[in-house]
Design a protein around this ligand. Sequence first.
Ligand SMILES: CC(C)(COP(=O)(O)OP(=O)(O)OC[C@H]1O[C@@H](n2cnc3c(N)ncnc32)[C@H](O)[C@@H]1OP(=O)(O)O)[C@@H](O)C(=O)NCCC(=O)NCCS
Length: 221
Amino acid sequence: MDAQIEYATEADGPGLANVNIVSFRHQGLLQEVFPEASDERLGEYKAVYSMKHLANPEMHVLKLVDPASGEIIGYSRWHIPKALVGETLPVLSEKAQEAARNFTAHAPRPMNEAMYKAFRGLLETSRKQFTTEQDMVLDLLAILPEYQGQGLSSKLLRWGCDQADKFGVRVYLEATGDGYPVYIKYGWKPLEEMTLDRKLYGGERVDRFTLMMRDPQPVKK
Ligand SMILES: CC(C)(COP(=O)(O)OP(=O)(O)OC[C@H]1O[C@@H](n2cnc3c(N)ncnc32)[C@H](O)[C@@H]1OP(=O)(O)O)[C@@H](O)C(=O)NCCC(=O)NCCS
């Protein structure tokens, strides 16, 4: 498919939210953290949450759009130190800026805060352990299920790998089982396994991630 990579804007909040909810549904984390929220309500919240990322001057939020339907079918978030590329400067309305500052007020209730904090805490601890301020981080990569297996995540990964190789920096990420073989193909190496036992927080599943790092590679001429 001839989908082009573009920077996401405020108007893309619902489309980004949809990719996030649908692509990660089989892991069930959102559904356990917000047990009574409908997809529509989760979508509202995730759309607001995405403003936090758009407002982050070091977060590069990239979307892939189906040229036929105009639908957002995949996206990635890359944290790139501003010393390398400067700051992202999305134009955000007052409302979006408020949402970015105060996104927790928009969370569906009830919310399993203990499970959510355990998940965020694990990610933060491992990022502190394995990364430095010079590293890039692939914060999220997702393609809608019906569009997977067509080389679309490769487009987004090549974008980030090209940046990293140009600047000679490493890229850290936490891989799901779906992502692991794809990242191996693009040069990431496993560092350590990380698990979150959601049963400790009233859930039913265990999440398993592989923490991975990619060293910069020589730029092809
Ligand atoms: C992981 C995910 C983003 C992959 O997206 P995708 O668009 O299906 O991936 P692609 O079709 O672009 O495949 C990427 C490359 O990996 C290769 N690949 C895919 N699965 C592979 C496997 N099991 N073994 C070896 N190579 C594999 C593909 O051949 C492709 O190579 P190419 O660049 O030569 O075309 C997608 O499955 C997804 O969104 N999953 C749910 C959310 C998720 O877990 N995201 C990852 C978070 S870390």
